[in-house]
Design a protein around this ligand. Structure first.
Ligand SMILES: Cc1cc2nc3c(=O)[nH]c(=O)nc-3n(C[C@H](O)[C@H](O)[C@H](O)COP(=O)(O)O)c2cc1C
Length: 262
């Protein structure tokens, strides 16, 4: 490990080789670089060095290719093809999306949600309207989504503005959920700190009792969001990290299709 300390600021760099194995000039150059990085900006990156390196954890992507001439002019139709291929390939959770939101100040956070519907209006998911993601969306309605289908060596990135779906659409989806999940939506104060697991299970049991023999209606603080895309990117892994990236961006209400460098 290479370590450098200056005025109480500590910078550690994890290298895949031992420092003793590096030429002295390289080490001093690296330390100088650390010094400038640490003094120029107030940011200090500390790698603890206790978790190990994974430099060999990589694979080549060789399955398919993607050219501008291969894709459809409409990104929703292209998404439809890729999504159906992911479903037909029987991938686990093909509808799992990493959804990134951010606060008013631009602090991002990301989590996985399940896509429950898509069409030319956008990509829909359901959640708690008082959750952290919902609070983020109130502060900044723009969000980003990523689908990753490793078995197909594909990624789809989608960005756009998020709004709530109608109450009727939320009701309709809620009624398709199994009873346990319906109760779960009532029982979970999503994203809030709770004292322990028992507390949650007790809330679930209490709601089970309350709703016994009745139709379980949708909680008012639970429902759908739809992201209306302004950008799509279709990524197909290729050999030597020369991946194919085809981007669609909305320019004057028309989809502009461009190839991006990997
Ligand atoms: C595979 C998978 C699917 C998930 N689907 C949803 C979902 O559809 N809606 C949801 O609110 N949370 C879902 N979650 C849980 C979220 O990742 C997250 O923990 C939760 O929404 C709270 O996030 P927040 O505190 O950032 O709002 C899912 C998690 C996983 C791993």
């Amino acid at each position: 490990m290479l370590q450098y300390k200056k005025q109480g600021v500590e910078v550690e760099i994890i290298t895949p080789v031992r420092v003793e194995q590096l030429p002295a000039t390289f080490v001093s150059g690296l330390m100088l670089l650390c010094y400038f990085r640490a003094t120029e900006s107030k940011d200090v990156i500390i790698f603890s060095g206790t978790m190990g390196d994974y430099v060999q954890l990589r694979r080549e992507y060789m399955l398919k290719s993607l050219r501008k001439t291969d894709v459809l002019p409409n990104p929703f139709e292209q998404f439809d093809i890729w999504f159906k291929e992911a479903v037909n390939a029987k991938l686990p959770d093909p509808n799992a999306i990493t959804l990134a939101t951010s606060t008013f100040e631009g602090r991002p956070s990301a989590r996985v949600v399940l896509m429950k519907h898509y069409d030319s209006d956008g990509i829909a998911f359901f959640t708690n309207y008082e959750s952290r993601k919902a609070r983020n969306l109130l502060q900044n309605p723009y969000a980003a989504m990523v689908f990753f289908w490793p078995e197909l060596e594909r990624q789809v990135r989608i960005e756009g503005k998020v709004s709530r779906v109608s109450e009727q659409q939320s009701d309709r989806y809620f009624q398709t959920r199994p009873e346990g999940s319906k109760i779960g939506a009532w029982a979970s104060p999503q994203s809030s700190v709770i004292p322990n697991r028992r507390y949650l299970e007790q809330l679930h049991a209490d709601f089970m009792e309350e709703f016994q023999g009745t139709t379980i209606k949708r909680p008012p603080n639970w429902g759908g969001y739809i992201l209306q895309p302004a950008l799509f990117e279709f990524w197909q892994g290729r050999e030597n990290r020369l991946h194919d990236r085809i981007q669609y961006s909305l320019v004057n209400e028309k989809w502009l299709i461009e190839r991006l460098a990997p």
